[in-house]
Design a protein. Structure first.
Length: 228
């Protein structure tokens, strides 16, 4: 499994292995990100947080996934869109949404960024307050204003897909592609998409090959531009 997170991590960490060393099979879905704070935070709205961030960028710790991943990219893009120098962002990387959630609830970080599904239960329970969503437009079933709606011209998704090892035969690739295509057309997968609020973005074959090349270049450009 791979996606935007791995693209950014490859570049930021100077990995010798890249997605170009794999055999692409299919892109499956896109997951948008949410920016949240603890329910008892003084920041009631995104605007409240942005005002404090502009005043003291390093004093507002932002928690999320690994360095260069989608959460980190969104932190940098949001900072730039709000007039905060991205290089000044105090970003704290965690290995997953669970650790980021613990840091949020303990007050270790001011706000957190992750896929909506990672924080949905805690938002619904009232332990977290959702401040902004990274989709280009409102998504049915997610009552969180987008960054764009709140005057920050930023959107970002974490696509998810499947790749195979290098060197497999054309027949093996065709078989894997057929299996994943069948799965992506199943009612159970449709239910999974709906339950997790993921956007169906299925893509396979040569189109997925081109997408990976183009998207890796896009992510690399963002990382360079943001000084990450």
């Amino acid at each position: 499994m791979t996606g935007t997170v791995m693209e950014g991590a490859i570049t930021v960490n100077g990995s010798a292995a890249t997605l170009a060393d794999t055999t692409p099979i299919a892109r499956l879905a896109e997951d948008y990100l949410v920016l949240v704070g603890p329910a008892d935070s003084p920041f009631r709205t995104l605007g409240d947080f942005l005002d404090a961030w502009r005043a003291d960028p390093h004093g507002q710790a932002v928690g999320g996934g690994g360095l260069g991943g989608a959460d980190h990219l969104l932190a940098g893009l949001t900072a730039r869109g709000a007039g905060v120098e991205p290089a000044a962002v105090n970003y704290i990387a965690y290995s997953g949404g669970g650790e980021a959630l613990t840091a949020l609830l303990s007050g270790t970080v001011t706000v957190g960024i992750s896929g909506f599904h990672d924080f949905a239960d805690q938002i619904e329970a009232g332990n977290l307050r959702a401040l902004a969503y990274s989709a280009p437009e409102p998504v049915e079933g997610i009552e969180v204003p987008t960054l764009v709606e709140q005057g920050v011209p930023v959107t970002l998704s974490n696509w998810r897909g499947v790749v195979a090892p290098p060197g497999i035969t054309d027949a093996e690739r065709a078989e894997l592609t057929s299996l994943v295509t069948e799965m992506a057309g199943s009612p159970r997968w449709a239910d999974t998409l709906a339950r997790n609020k993921w956007e169906d973005s299925f893509l396979a074959g040569a189109e997925f090959d081109r997408f990976i090349d183009d998207d890796q270049a896009r992510v690399n450009a963002i990382i360079e531009e943001l000084g990450l």
